[in-house]
Design a protein around this ligand. Structure first.
Ligand code: NAD
Length: 428
């Protein structure tokens, strides 16, 4: 996905490093460095003009020792089996770090969803479920939205599954629309979760949030609410956001001399996270190359778009002022970037801790589906804050106790919990 970087090799490399640090039995490591089950299938879809197009679909179930597999479905033109494998692996660690009783999974389809009409998208979503329904379910594997997929799509998928099994089963997909089995707070959850961890990192580093500036990559679901949270919860300023322009097929950075106004930008952004250039320019925004976001003068970098963009090369362009990197996206920083952070004393909040707010609220959603009783947005966000804060401190404590880098500490907390569950179940 990210040029020369293979995301799954990166996930395995990170795991191998920590397995060594933990002195993990090589036989156990061999189980955990690979997904337990994988699905690859072709989905024929009748297009509006009567022709049939065939799409490549995937689902990877990495580990379910702590509970049903959990993880999003991505619709992306550059999706690969290895990207899905990497993301499924990270989900296992993410659920374990967040301390929710779920395992790791991920799915995808190679497609640019913006090239499809609404009825074509619905048929594609239903086609994915027709291939996978026997291997997913509230007690088996619970998918959710991710890049390129929406709450509406989860609604269609849940409906298709319910039809196939013959009963209303809202807990099979999370991230559903409100009124269709969805949870309050799910839209904001990942971005706000990022900000809860940034807030705790700032307390730890004794930074005054009101005096800080953030630079954000992306302007999709995660980046939008990270930007809003940074300004409205912390009182900081956001120098820029960026996006992939689906018309120009290139990325751009949007900045404003007074700091960006995410609530305004939301009004001129389409459902795929592409910002309207003409309207942004008219409102005084400066539009530059998509790589520029990383060069902005700031204290906090929040990569919240795509994997591998903070790498050995781009990291050299970072402002020397940066103290915190909060990984909103999955796998945005490469091992070379990690080396740079370690050398320069930059505090990294690793992806599977930083962006665990989405899956935690997904878990809350399935709990509410099970109870058939729904919480208010405040109740959801309060519970989310408690979970994220406790996850952050579990990792920080491990990092201080073992004198290790935050990503390694997060892996240590997660792997320890997964191995314990496997041992308790007699799987190893
Ligand atoms: P999204 O589809 O809503 O938005 C993606 C954003 O990234 C868009 O603004 C898009 O224009 C931008 N983008 C895509 N390619 C780009 C490029 N090459 N350069 C610059 N910008 C680019 O996706 P999202 O839900 O916000 O997810 C973003 C990241 O966060 C992904 O890595 C995803 O796996 C991860 N994540 C999402 C959630 C969630 O709840 N949505 C949870 C955890 C992790």
């Amino acid at each position: 996905m990210a040029g020369q970087i293979n995301a799954f090799e990166m996930a395995q490399k990170q795991f191998d490093g920590v397995a060594k640090m933990l002195n993990l039995d090589p036989q156990i490591a061999e189980v955990l460095r690979w997904p337990m089950r994988e699905f690859s299938f072709r989905i024929p879809v009748r297009m509006d003009d009567g022709t049939i197009r065939v799409f490549q679909g995937y689902r990877v179930q990495h580990n379910d020792s702590r509970g049903p597999n959990k993880g999003g479905i991505r619709f992306h033109p550059n999706e690969t089996f290895d990207t899905v494998r990497a993301l499924a692996t990270w989900m296992t660690w993410k659920c374990a770090v967040a301390d929710i009783p779920l395992g790791g999974g991920k799915g995808g389809i190679i497609v640019d969803p913006s090239s499809l009409t609404t009825p074509e998208k619905e048929r594609l979503c239903r086609g994915w479920v027709q291939n996978m329904w026997k291997n997913i379910g509230p007690r088996q594997d619970v998918p959710a939205p991710d890049v390129g997929t929406t709450p509406q799509m989860m609604g269609w998928m849940m409906d298709e599954y319910s039809k196939l099994v013959g009963q209303y089963t809202p807990g099979v997909f999370t991230g559903k629309p409100l009124g269709g089995g969805g949870s309050e707070g799910r839209t904001e959850a990942t971005g706000y979760g990022v900000i809860y961890t940034v807030r705790e990192a700032m307390k730890h580093l004794k930074m005054d949030p009101k005096k800080t500036v953030a630079a954000i990559e992306g302007f999709g679901n995660v980046a939008q609410y990270a930007a809003i949270g940074f300004i409205e919860m912390l009182g900081g300023k956001v120098a820029c956001v960026s996006c992939w322009d689906r018309n120009d097929k290139t990325s751009y950075t949007y900045s404003h001399k007074d700091g960006i106004d995410p609530r305004f930008l939301l009004t001129i952004t389409d459902q795929y996270g592409t910002i309207d250039q003409t309207k942004a320019k008219a409102a005084g925004y400066v539009i530059e190359d998509g790589e520029k976001w990383i060069e902005k003068e700031c204290d906090v970098l929040i990569p919240a778009a795509i994997e591998g963009h903070v790498n050995g090369e781009t990291v050299q362009k970072m402002s020397k002022r940066v103290k915190i990197v909060a990984e909103g996206a999955n796998g945005p920083c490469t091992p070379e970037a990690d080396e740079y952070f370690k050398k320069n004393g930059i505090f990294d909040i690793p992806d599977f801790l930083c962006n665990a707010g989405g899956v935690t609220t997904s878990y809350f959603e399935s709990v509410q589906n099970d109870m058939n009783f729904y919480w208010t947005k405040n109740e959801v966000l309060e519970k989310l804050d408690t979970k994220m804060t406790s996850a952050f401190h579990a990792v920080l404590n491990m990092s201080q106790k073992e004198n290790v880098y935050m990503r390694d500490a997060a892996y240590m907390v997660a792997i320890d919990r997964v191995v314990k569950a496997m041992q308790l179940r007699g799987q190893i």
